[in-house]
Design a protein around this ligand. Structure first.
Ligand code: RIB
Length: 294
């Protein structure tokens, strides 16, 4: 297969980022060192990651009718993402993420804004995109009923469905049963296990554990791929890079182990630049990194 078709159903946010020496305590004001805006949103980030690697990527999502909305559309266009499924919502603000970068990691508050208008009805309008895709990816920054509708359409059209359950939210056993893969980080995995008995679904489970690498299961046995030792300047979007790259590899019909290795390398490259999307690599960069680093 030359170019997998990937549809991302998900969020598009403007990231408002402050770097600081530490995170403020409740009631405390501290001074930051730097501020910038950069395109983000877990959905958009995963779309950009897959597109840079060479997939044909379609996005289904919403932005507001504000300046952030038009900037976000421009960024996605420059990344060669097909945007017929991204309609602006009138009289609503685009989604934003307030990000604090401190102590070598990020903490994020997302205001969903127009992303909430990615409703089940809206997604049904783009059923033909889902039907023609090799892989559909979604996250939890849009309404959960919309994620469930996406899962239903993927099942109907026999399309691989990857759920990145981020940020953690209540998901049902029925939803997990419809996935091909579920890709939480450690915090999200804990939240997931409180709602769903994941032992039933071990072979769908891929856990991204940051510095501790990636865990996947084959024949009920756990395998761990260690992380690469790189000097990380910004971990924002590392999980999204993993998901976009994993979707690309699954679309290329790689097995789970190969897909996890490939996505792990892509994520290691992504943390070496500032901004969720800036460090996302091309396929050639990932292969070169793997050749040089094992
Ligand atoms: O995963 C990182 C992303 O989470 C950021 O780009 C931010 O927009 C939030 O959605």
């Amino acid at each position: 297969m030359e170019k997998p078709i990937i549809t991302v159903v998900g969020s598009i946010n403007m990231d408002l980022v402050v770097t600081a020496m530490k995170r403020p305590e409740a009631g405390e004001t501290i001074l930051g060192n730097d501020f910038y805006t950069s395109p983000g949103g877990k959905g958009a980030n995963q779309a950009v990651a897959a597109s840079r690697l060479g997939a044909e990527v379609h996005m289904i999502g919403r932005v507001g009718d504000d300046e952030f909305g038009s900037d976000l559309i421009n960024f996605l266009e420059r990344e060669n993402i097909f945007l017929s499924g991204v309609e602006p919502v009138t009289h609503k603000a685009s989604g934003v993420a307030m990000i604090t970068l401190a102590d070598g990691d990020n903490s994020i508050i997302v205001y969903q804004g127009a992303n909430l208008d990615t409703t089940p009805e809206y997604i049904r309008k783009y059923e033909s995109l889902i039907a023609k895709s090799d892989v559909v990816v979604t996250q939890l920054e849009i309404p959960i009923e919309s994620v469930e509708e996406t899962a239903r359409l993927c099942q109907k059209h026999n399309t691989h469905f990857i759920l990145n359950p981020a940020p953690a939210a209540d998901v049902s056993t029925d939803l997990i049963a419809k996935t091909s893969f579920v890709t939480p980080n450690q915090l999200e995995r804990t939240a997931l296990s409180e709602k769903v008995d994941m032992n039933q679904f071990l072979e769908k489970l891929i856990v991204t554990e940051g510095k501790d690498g990636v865990v996947y299961y084959e024949q009920q046995k756990q395998h761990r791929i260690p992380s690469y030792s790189v000097s990380a300047v910004d971990t924002t979007g590392a999980g999204d890079t993993f998901n976009g790259a994993f979707a690309y590899a699954i679309g290329m019909k790689e097995d789970v182990k190969t897909a996890c290795h490939f996505a792990n390398a892509a994520a290691a490259l992504s943390v070496q630049k500032i901004g969720a999307q800036a460090g996302m690599p091309t396929k050639e960069e990932v292969y070169e990194f793997i050749r040089n680093n094992g």
